[in-house]
Design a protein around this ligand. Structure first.
Ligand code: FES
Length: 141
């Protein structure tokens, strides 16, 4: 094996080893949606959610969390960071329309956090959410 062939062989091997790690690191930094890779925290109860129509928990260390029931499927819970991605106003849950509305400049977001109406261009941060008995738990907050 000559020197050039050896260096090409080593280069391909290094690329194959480190490319997946590099891509994973880059993709997690650019994502606005936080996956449930770490622990879950209790943010409220189903009883509280059914009474109030939403749970806003601002006591969490990372960010506030707003939990609602999807109007088209009440079994599906939705957890978002309610800070609008346009200029940081708080979004409101509009149950009848099944959207989050920011009244500062009228941006709307669907239950997956995606922008339905500008001026916001960036989706809301969403969180994994689950129930255990009556408790509602949100991941990675
Ligand atoms: S701050 Fe929400 S639309 Fe401008």
């Amino acid at each position: 094996m000559d020197r050039r062939t050896f260096l090409n062989w080593v280069g391909v091997g290094l690329l194959a080893n480190y490319l997946p790690i590099t891509l994973a690191a880059c993709s997690s930094k650019s994502s606005t949606t936080k996956a449930a890779t770490s622990g879950f925290r209790t943010v409220g109860t189903m009883k509280q959610l059914e009474q109030d129509g939403q749970i806003l928990n601002e006591q969490l260390p990372q960010a506030p969390v707003l939990v609602v029931q999807d109007s088209t499927n009440p079994d599906k819970l939705v957890a978002i960071n309610p800070v609008c991605t346009h200029r940081d106003c708080a979004v409101e849950w509009k149950k009848q329309r099944n959207v989050f509305l920011c009244t500062c400049h009228d941006s709307e977001f669907d239950t997956t956090g995606q922008v339905l109406s500008p001026p916001a261009k960036i989706p809301l941060v969403t969180y994994a959410v689950k129930t255990e008995g009556d408790r509602i738990l949100v991941g990675n907050v």
